[in-house]
Ligand binder design. Structure first.
Ligand code: PLP
Length: 402
């Protein structure tokens, strides 16, 4: 017998297993709409030219080293990252009530944030939108907190945010609970609260003393504008409450595999700043000692130079515009081929994904007959579509829903 005999096989990850199935499919017609990564119009991964520029510059610079970073990461990166999400005129930054630590992309920011909560805030309940990015349900208990609770988020009939249900659920949440919000481009629904909705949500959060944890995986990638996509986060931060803000540079800088991100802890008063920072560093020391340098060095270079920043902004506009074009192309192709139903939600949704409304049976049908891959909840990665596949996909959807 072995100590490993009792280990049960884990279920496959609902998102990552799709790419594996796609890779194993020999069909030349196959299309991957599962992947949460940007693709060009010929279906290739995209390295932003400004990222490439700094990569080459650092590679050729004889003074570039590969020394350890401190536990909390690259100081210049943290400085600019906090300003990117909170805004240069943020009162929290001016009042020095923000602790920013570099993290292993967005997932890592969530992971250390929840580990911090489990260790220093207490055994609080964590509310997540229903539906949400499936990994939220893994990260929270893995960090030592109880299993997550759902709050209503989406109304399938209207294909919009169920704002009344959301407010009701938060208003009966246990006081002091943590609430995950997607800062923009909600994954998987592509439906975001309006500005007026966010203001109502903030009111409930304050009255129930809830602790918001903003997950920002798509800043600048959703609307094409970095400030627009930070609006909800800034509204909450400016209200002066204790909260957490996770950032990822996977999508907006296309540095998926480099694991560039940050966790910002916003304190309502500056008193405990030093203590919070020291404990975060201690947590990181025990988990992985210190974060990787390569991607953070590039991100910091882009964010600290005016001209490079402007080039990045133009890239964000370009990537989000291609996704928007694909939304229009898919909606128009479905109207043209006569697929039953109204497909306007495809153009009204925002971000990387469209929540098509396809059932898990229809998703399986499209995979088996057409070699088109997407998550079983009918979530389609718009970035996975191209001019040459959009009609094929539209015809397959028509066949599936008829
Ligand atoms: N949060 C949400 C809602 C996401 O969609 C993603 C990526 O798909 C992430 C966080 C984290 O991604 P990463 O760890 O690659 O930054």
């Amino acid at each position: 017998s072995s100590i490993f005999d009792r280990v049960k096989e884990a279920p496959p990850d609902p998102i990552l297993s799709i790419s594996a199935a796609y890779r194993a499919d020999p069909s030349p017609k196959k299309v991957n709409l599962g992947v949460g990564a940007y693709r060009t119009d010929d279906g290739s991964p995209y390295v932003l030219p400004i990222v490439k520029h700094f990569e080459q510059q650092f590679a050729n610079d004889p003074s570039t080293t590969h020394e350890y970073l401190p536990q909390d990461g690259f100081t210049n990166f943290n400085y600019h990252s906090a300003r990117l999400i909170l805004g240069h005129d943020s009162s929290a930054l001016k009042e020095e009530r923000v602790v920013t630590v570099q993290a292993l992309s967005g997932t890592g920011a969530l992971r250390i944030g929840f580990a911090f909560i489990a260790n220093f805030i207490g055994n609080r309940l964590v509310y997540i939108p229903n539906p949400t990015w499936s990994n939220h349900r893994n990260v929270v208990p893995q960090a030592g907190l109880p299993p997550t609770k759902n709050y209503r988020y989406f109304e399938p009939n209207t294909r919009a945010v169920d704002i009344e249900g959301l407010l009701q659920d938060l208003s009966i949440a246990i006081e002091g609970s943590i609430v995950i919000f997607h800062g923009c481009a909600h994954n998987p629904t592509g439906a975001d609260p309006s500005k007026a909705d966010w203001q109502r949500i903030l009111k409930v959060v304050k009255s129930k003393k809830l602790v918001p944890f903003f997950d920002n995986a798509y800043q600048g990638f959703a609307s094409g504008n970095l400030d627009t996509d930070a609006w909800s986060t800034r509204l909450f931060v400016e209200s002066g409450i204790d909260m957490f803000v996770a950032q990822s540079y996977a999508k907006n800088m296309g540095m998926y595999g480099e694991r560039v991100g940050a966790l910002n802890v916003i304190l309502s008063s500056s008193g405990p700043v030093t203590a919070v920072k020291s404990q975060l560093k201690q947590l990181i020391r025990a988990m992985y000692s210190n974060p990787p340098l390569h991607g953070a060095r590039i991100a910091a270079a882009i964010m600290s130079d005016k001209e490079s920043f402007r080039q990045w902004e133009m890239e964000l506009e370009k990537m989000s515009a291609r996704i928007q074009t694909m939304r229009l192309r898919l909606r128009d192709a479905l109207n043209k081929n006569g697929a039953p139903g109204n497909w306007d939600h495809i153009v009204n949704q925002i971000g990387m994904f469209s929540f098509t409304g396809l059932t898990s049976q229809q998703v399986a049908f499209m995979r088996d007959k057409y070699h088109i891959y997407m998550t079983s909840n009918g979530r389609v990665s718009m970035a996975g579509l191209t001019e040459s596949t959009v009609d094929y996909v539209a015809d397959a959807i028509k066949d599936a829903v008829e």
